[in-house]
Design a protein around this ligand. Sequence first.
Ligand SMILES: [Zn+2]
Length: 161
Amino acid sequence: MRFLADRMLGKLAKKLRLLGFDTLYLRDATEEEIIERALKEDRILLTRDRDLIKKALKSGLNVYGLKADKWRSQVQAVLKRFQIKPEDLDPFSRCMECNVELTRVDKSSVEKIVPEYVFRTQEVFYICPECGRVYWAGTHVERMKELLNEFGITFDERNES
Ligand SMILES: [Zn+2]
């Protein structure tokens, strides 16, 4: 499942990437460019723009119109709409900023980059080949857990049904 988030949904895009979803975020694209790109790359368009929803539907695009304006509610709505389960998530797969797939790197190669405490306590590191940002289990998994805890009810409800 791949997404394209329109320019009003930057935070949602980052959170979806954190959860492992390939999510394109186009800040300066026109409506035509957005639709064309989504069609070409077979992405589900996420938007709050009614006009864009109409145009996208006309083009035969798979589009989900979000109503919520807070990112938490938006993430929750997307998880619910596409019936995303915990096993569909893929942490450590892509950079929150670039949407690029992360590469596993040797611990020794990040010694100078990460805080000393992190280097001492963590074993597995990933790097974004685009921006050089380093990810490790501690923060990344904690952030994932925090995020999922917030939506715990959603997953519990789904598990019961
Ligand atoms: Zn990056």
